[in-house]
Design a protein around this ligand. Structure first.
Ligand SMILES: Cc1cc2nc3c(=O)[nH]c(=O)nc-3n(C[C@H](O)[C@H](O)[C@H](O)COP(=O)(O)OP(=O)(O)OC[C@H]3O[C@@H](n4cnc5c(N)ncnc54)[C@H](O)[C@@H]3O)c2cc1C
Length: 506
């Protein structure tokens, strides 16, 4: 009720500076929290309310569905002043022009999986949800994809054509966020990362203009979008390479605690595998620890191109005694269909660092993590996992040899990305779990630095909000990205007004 009384004045906000100054600071209560209405938000919500789709306001039935239910991490639920759901690229461009002229703060959500508060949602500003930009068009060797789609949508569209794209490894991850930060897929070792497989981007710039960006047109921005995240514009369409692959060979293997040393060695060997002409194969490799029952289990979810079963590239894992082992030949769509990460799953935080593959040291990190989990065992709903991702030399060679590159600038050297993914239930534990995860990560990374095993590379998809991935990219790449940002976004719409994600900084 309080909200309705206050918000009915919104119409006045753009009418003149007097009305706007009356509204500035007015307190608004929403189902998800309160904020003081800023002049910029009042102006932008008012102007966007005149578009054909209008805006969703805090008193609308859809408000919570958009501002909370669309997110994986409960911590990401915030209270925007209004929500705009563009139906076309023109709507996106118009919104950006409005944000610039109103000086309004805004946030953008694709699949809603980036998991720290403010990375994709906002308090008291405008939330732009991209879900209606869900077109998909399959061509002979590419697919055109709207940023409102998940990777399951993409694999489903390609299924009857017998083709796959290089995207997310799980079902509900959004296309835009993953593609703009890099993109770990099962087949990086042969085809590079998701970003290396984008042949063109349609982009709405901060001033409301729209451009198509590819290797021949705006080549500087084409490079910067390959890992440079949300610093340059809103992508309204991705055109992605696809590969002929009607079937893939999959393996699910689960091990108990006695298998962990061999499991970790197999992960390190996968990173070190350096083949001229690799068979495309990769995995999700995770250890779960239940601090109450003290039961540990590790799992590998592996996928390989082709129809050889069991998949040959996982022989190091298959040699480990397993409690479960399921091998199948199936399509990418049917594999991904069961790998869901439901929205509003829990409060969750990531922390990660990278290192050279050294099984003994990686095993000591696992042990340190497990001991540290015991210290927070009383946290309600605790769900700790230790995750590893591999970067094989051949994954880097794709960008090193394609004449385009990407902003990571990684060498053809093997890396292990080790990550703590920690879920919990209650807001009262936020600061405790966040401090625990960060301190543990920094302490273990420091040991790796001293041993000469640490890498500065930080992947945005595995990082916590406290981390600065740009600090681990080559300094010349960061300087070049900043120049490109100045030329495409001279008014700083994406640095001053756009909340969240990993920002380049000054
Ligand atoms: C359960 C889980 C599994 C994961 N699996 C993988 C994996 O297999 N491989 C991998 O590489 N990563 C993975 N990740 C990390 C994932 O790639 C990132 O969280 C990514 O940001 C998700 O994309 P999204 O569209 O869902 O995110 P969102 O949270 O919607 O967006 C992420 C960021 O991109 C910005 N953004 C969104 N759309 C656009 C756009 N069109 N233009 C400009 N900016 C935009 C947002 O503002 C936000 O800052 C996983 C994460 C989770 C939680």
């Amino acid at each position: 009720m309080k909200y309705l009384a206050n918000f009915s004045f919104l119409g006045l906000a753009c009418a003149g500076s007097h009305a706007a100054s009356i509204l500035t600071g007015t307190s608004v209560t929403t189902p998800l929290g309160s904020f003081n209405l800023s002049r910029g938000a009042a102006c932008a919500c008012q102007r966007l309310s005149h578009t054909s789709g209008g805006v969703i306001r805090p008193n609308s039935a859809n408000y919570t569905a958009q501002a909370a239910d669309a997110y994986w991490d409960v911590r990401a639920d915030l209270s925007p002043a209004c929500i705009f759901l563009p139906a076309t690229a023109n709507d996106v461009a118009h919104a950006l022009e409005v944000f610039g002229s109103c000086d309004a703060q805004f946030a953008v959500r694709g699949g809603g999986h980036m998991n720290y508060p403010g990375s994709n949602n906002i308090v008291g500003g405008v939330l732009v949800g991209l879900s209606k930009l869900n077109n998909v068009k399959v061509n002979s060797d590419t697919v055109e994809v709207g940023p409102g789609l998940t990777w399951y949508d993409v694999y489903s569209a390609l299924d009857s054509h017998g083709r796959v794209a290089i995207g997310g490894r799980m079902k509900t991850i959004g296309v835009p966020g993953l593609t703009l930060i890099g993109g770990f897929h099962y087949f990086n070792n042969k085809y590079g990362y998701a970003m290396d497989n984008v042949v063109s981007y349609d982009v709405a710039l901060g001033n409301g203009t729209q451009i198509t960006v590819d290797k021949d047109s705006h080549g500087d921005l084409f490079w910067a979008l390959k890992g440079g995240a949300n610093n340059f514009g809103i992508v309204t369409k991705f055109t992605l390479k696809t590969y002929d692959m009607p079937m893939v060979s999959t393996t699910i293997q689960v091990y108990n605690e006695s298998g962990i040393p061999d499991f970790i060695t197999a992960v390190c060997n996968a990173a070190k595998l350096d083949e001229e002409d690799p068979i495309a194969a990769g995995m999700i490799a995770t250890v779960e620890y239940n601090a109450t029952t003290e039961v540990v289990s590790a799992s590998v979810l592996g996928v390989q191109e082709g129809a050889v079963s069991p998949p040959s590239q996982f022989s190091n894992f298959t040699a480990i005694p397993a409690t479960t082992r399921i091998n199948k030949i199936q399509s990418m769509k049917s594999w991904v269909a069961v790998l869901d990460s439901p929205k509003q799953m829990f409060r969750v935080m990531f922390s990660h660092k990278s290192m050279k593959p050294d099984p003994e040291v990686l095993y000591s990190i696992y042990n340190a993590w497990k001991d540290a989990v015991d210290e927070i065992a009383d946290v309600e709903g605790l769900y700790p996992t230790f995750v590893t991702n591999v970067h094989a030399p051949s994954s880097a060679r794709v960008a090193l040899n394609n004449g385009i590159g990407n902003v990571w600038g990684l060498e053809a050297e093997p890396l292990i990305l080790w990550q703590f993914s920690t879920g919990w239930a209650l807001a009262q534990d936020d600061l405790r779990v966040e401090a625990w995860s960060r301190q543990l990560t920094e302490r273990l990374h420091k040991i790796n630095v001293e041993k000469g095993l640490a890498s500065d590379f930080v992947y945005m998809g595995d990082a916590g909000g406290w981390q600065n991935p740009f600090a681990g990219f080559p300094a010349e790449n960061v300087a070049r990205m900043r120049e490109i940002r100045s030329s495409y976004d001279p008014k700083g719409i994406f640095s001053r007004l756009n909340w969240g994600g990993f920002k380049l900084g000054i």
